[in-house]
Design a protein around this ligand. Structure first.
Ligand code: PLP
Length: 373
């Protein structure tokens, strides 16, 4: 038996996405830049996939650039965005609850002399737009804030923040890391008002190693990878056609079934939270239906994870890429050390069944009993 409840770390590739990747690898294997039939077939795959992802993000195909992952999208938007807009100033607003892909990009800029204001998240992990207003300066060149927090699921009001930036006449570029929002909660690149939006394939049942960056029309963001003329000259390197095909297919299906998937995940999330509360287990934050952060103070996350793993149940302690390190998000929220050390993160997907949750709940209840004996 295997119960996978770590869908915020990554998701299983759906059969349709896997089939489209296989076909792109074995049939339409040409170089999309080659001017012959197999090359043109590969180019068509990219065009179709871009269309599906653009529809999912609610933007134009021409505003979407493929990258190798969400991390590359964040690096590109933040590092090149700040440098490009440095005539506006050298001040950046972000938050202490961002993913490492954002925080480490900010380190690069800090070393170049940029001043970073890292906002403290609210108790659920989201950012108060009022904090952005308080920290905004004449010389702010970039604001980068995630839409859905990858550890607590909290949702930040991106549209509200972009309206605020406009109302204040700010020259800052606005980027949002929407890796955990894309196809999990209603999200529109066009409506959210951000200049740049990062997304990643492997969170929506496409393979790992494919991402995209939305760049608002009119923003001439300098390219990050230099070389050939791929991606309208914005991102060099022969395109990863199989992964792009799979990403497009995963997005197409996710759009078709969005309402049903959302309702399914929300139902499971509400049920889990209710049952955890009946067991006296606290949850941290809320928002997106696919993430549930919980804590059992006095227990060690790794010990509970190992016990669950031994029963075939996969969960995580915080962001998987921390590789066991302490959660900076839960620290930024200001939780007590024993709450942080006993934290677990559940990630739900459209493939999660109620029985999976029930088995997890039984295992957690058993772990609690053992402790109190
Ligand atoms: N941003 C957030 C919020 C994430 O959760 C992740 C992955 O966990 C990333 C960025 C990085 O995406 P990728 O794994 O595609 O590099």
């Amino acid at each position: 038996m295997q119960i996978y409840l770590d869908n915020a770390s990554t998701t299983k590739v759906c059969p349709e996405a896997a089939a489209s990747a296989l076909s792109a690898m074995t049939e339409c294997f040409g170089n999309p830049s080659s001017d012959h039939s197999i090359g043109r077939a590969a180019e068509r795959i990219i065009k179709d996939a871009r269309g599906h992802i653009a529809k999912a993000l609610d933007c134009k195909s021409s505003q979407l650039y493929f990258t190798s992952c969400g991390t590359e999208s964040d690096n590109w938007a933040i590092i090149n965005g700040a440098r490009y807009n440095s005539r506006a100033g050298h001040h950046i607003i972000s938050s202490a609850a961002e993913h490492d892909a954002v925080l480490r990009s900010l380190d690069v800029l800090k070393n170049e002399g940029y001043e970073i204001s890292l906002l403290t998240p609210k108790s659920d992990g989201s950012i108060d737009p009022g904090e952005v207003a308080l920290n905004l300066r004449e010389d702010t060149c970039l604001v980068t804030l995630m839409t859905v927090n990858n550890e607590t699921g909290a949702i930040t009001g991106i549209e509200q923040i972009s309206k605020l930036l406009k109302a204040k006449g700010s020259k800052a570029l606005f980027h949002t890391d929407a890796v955990q929002a894309f196809m999990k909660v209603p999200f529109s690149a066009a409506k959210c008002g951000a200049d740049m939006v990062s997304v990643s394939g492997h969170k929506i049942h496409a393979p790992k190693g494919i991402g995209a960056l939305y760049i608002k029309a009119g923003l001439n963001l300098p390219q990050f990878l230099v070389g050939g003329k791929q991606e309208s000259g914005k991102r060099a390197g022969t395109e990863n056609v199989p992964h792009i095909a799979a990403f497009g297919e995963a997005a197409r299906i996710a759009v078709e079934d969005f309402d049903d998937n959302f309702a399914h995940m929300k139902g499971l999330s509400d049920y889990t939270r209710q049952k955890l509360s009946e067991l006296g287990i606290q949850t941290i934050g809320a928002g997106s239906p696919h993430i549930i952060s919980l804590s059992m103070p006095g227990y060690k996350s790794q010990v509970i994870m190992n016990a669950l793993d031994a029963q075939g149940i996969c969960v995580s302690r915080s962001s998987a890429c921390k590789k066991g390190g302490r959660s900076h998000v839960l620290e930024a929220i200001g939780l007590k050390p024993n709450v942080i050390d006993g934290a677990l993160r559940l990630g739900i997907s459209r493939f999660t069944a109620k029985e999976d949750i029930d088995i997890f709940l039984q295992a957690i209840a058993k772990a609690q009993l053992l402790r109190h004996r």
